[in-house]
Design a binder for this molecule. Structure first.
Ligand code: GDP
Ligand code: IMO
Ligand code: MG
Length: 423
């Protein structure tokens, strides 16, 4: 068997959580492979809304196994809050959620370092989620990290050494902080975590594949936030792209099957950094209002703009996307005209590829398509799609070279339309 990967093609918040939940019945296992509680994956069904941060979005569909892979960074305090809330709402986790021993722990001092580094950057700050993501991955790469498996061996000593090192750095930055409450909640989180299955997830996943079981990998963030291919340095600190599923779960590249690429029918970004198609007018405000574009975790207002096909084509290429999923088209239901950026103008010259730097001087070149001016939120099948909407889908498919297999017309699980397939 192969693993399928579902990931965001833009700057995150494309709707990954919703679609993973919808697709989970087709799989035996759902696994997260990177990121941590910087993610906020929203699911809605039966009148309930859930936001997941570290727990995979396959947790609501029957008794599927859900795995937190080695590429994830885990904050025990935030994990405890998330898991307890889920259990309290009638979704038992302890038997179904497996955590890789090789996943790195976000320490309380990592969160403080995140804040200290951001403060030191001043106007150039990234606008991180403040969850300690960057400092934790930094320690992993510099071979100073503390892993989930360490909880079982010499933990006090490993934690103490890492904390002491962080305190030295914070001192050198003259950064004032109070660790007491954070550390208390974190230690309670460590105790809580011990009730879960700590696993060698690379063996577990490969054994599932050997036994003919199907695995869906759930990406976090989006390709434009990837540490290598995103809008560096305004990115997160992990490989959010498809290759991240190989390193973040121990799955060989030739085991990758379908790659589902998710994008919004427009585009959003939260935090700082370049965004060529960003709108600062009432059209952008309308997208924000109708799309409820406020961060699932931080509540921060998301910046909004037209879809950027130059960046999307790049994402499709880097990830080897085999199937596209278009989200939130309902947000554009009332628009007279829909714009799509098909090229960039850089120094007066038009280019259709994603350049090294999009920080300055990139002007979007737009194609304009007629809006469909129809409420699509109650539609159940593509037979109901208005003509202009079909034309919009065809345009996207021609531009991106990949078929759009799922269209999402609202936040609820039920507002999801699978398109006919000729396979
Ligand atoms: P994720 O991080 O990729 O899982 O996405 P988020 O959950 O952060 O953000 C997506 C937001 O859009 C959530 O509030 C979802 O409930 C909502 N959503 C998902 N799909 C749709 C859709 O098709 N239409 C509308 N209007 N909202 C959607
Ligand atoms: P999901 O999985 C949107 C952004 C932050 C910031 C940058 C770095 O819900 O799509 P970090 O805390 O990771 O060091 O912040 O990345 N960011 C996200 N933006 N969705 C996310 O996750 C994000 N996770 C991080 O806003 O700009
Ligand atoms: Mg999100």
């Amino acid at each position: 068997m192969k693993v399928d990967v579902l990931l965001g093609l833009q700057w995150g918040d494309e709707g990954k959580g919703k679609v993973v939940d919808v697709l989970t019945p087709k799989y035996d296992v759902v696994a997260r492979f990177q990121g941590g509680p910087n993610a906020g994956h929203t699911l809605e069904f039966e009148g309930q809304k859930y936001v997941l941060r570290s727990i995979p979005s396959g947790i609501f569909q029957g008794d599927k196994v859900n795995i937190i892979g080695n590429g994830v960074v885990l904050d025990p305090a935030l994990f405890k809050a998330e898991a307890e809330a889920l259990e309290a709402s009638g979704h038992p986790l302890k038997e179904r959620l497996h955590i890789s021993k090789k996943a790195h722990l976000i320490l309380p001092t990592h969160r403080i370092l995140d804040a200290a580094y951001e403060a030191a950057k001043g106007d150039a700050k990234v606008g991180t989620t403040g969850k300690g993501i960057g400092p934790t991955y930094t320690d992993k790469v510099s071979r100073n990290g503390v892993r989930v498996g360490d909880i079982l061996h010499n933990f006090e000593q490993k934690y103490g050494a890492a904390k002491a090192r962080h305190e030295q750095i914070l001192k050198s930055l003259n950064y004032e902080y109070d660790l007491t409450e954070l550390e208390k909640a974190w230690m309670e989180g460590i105790e809580y975590l011990k009730q879960f299955h700590f696993v060698d997830s690379e063996h577990e996943v490969n054994n599932y594949l050997k036994d003919g079981k199907s695995v869906l990998c759930e990406g976090a963030q989006g390709t434009m936030l990837d540490i290598d291919f995103g809008s560096y340095p305004f990115v997160t600190s992990s490989n959010t792209v498809c290759a991240g599923a190989c390193t973040g779960l121990g799955v060989a590249p030739n085991r990758i099957g379908e790659v589902f690429g998710i994008f919004k029918a427009y585009c959003t970004r939260v935090g700082a950094g370049p965004f060529p198609t960003e709108l600062f007018d009432e059209t952008g405000d309308k997208m924000c209002t109708l799309g409820h574009e406020f961060g699932s975790v931080t509540g921060r207002k998301r910046r909004c703009g037209w879809i950027d096909l130059v960046a999307l084509k790049y994402s499709v290429m880097i990830n080897g996307v085999t199937k596209l999923i278009m989200m939130k088209s309902d947000v554009l239901d009332t628009f007279d005209t829909i714009k799509a950026c098909v090229a960039y103008k850089v120094d007066g010259e038009e280019i259709d590829y994603f350049p090294y730097d999009i920080t300055e001087g990139v002007e979007p070149v737009y194609a304009e398509l007629p809006g469909w001016k129809t409420d699509m939120t109650k539609m159940q099948s593509e037979d109901e799609f208005p003509e202009e909407f079909n034309a919009y889908l065809t345009f996207m498919e021609e531009q991106l070279g990949v078929e759009i297999k799922i269209v999402s017309v609202g936040p609820d699980r039920a507002q999801t339309i699978e398109r006919y397939t000729e396979e």
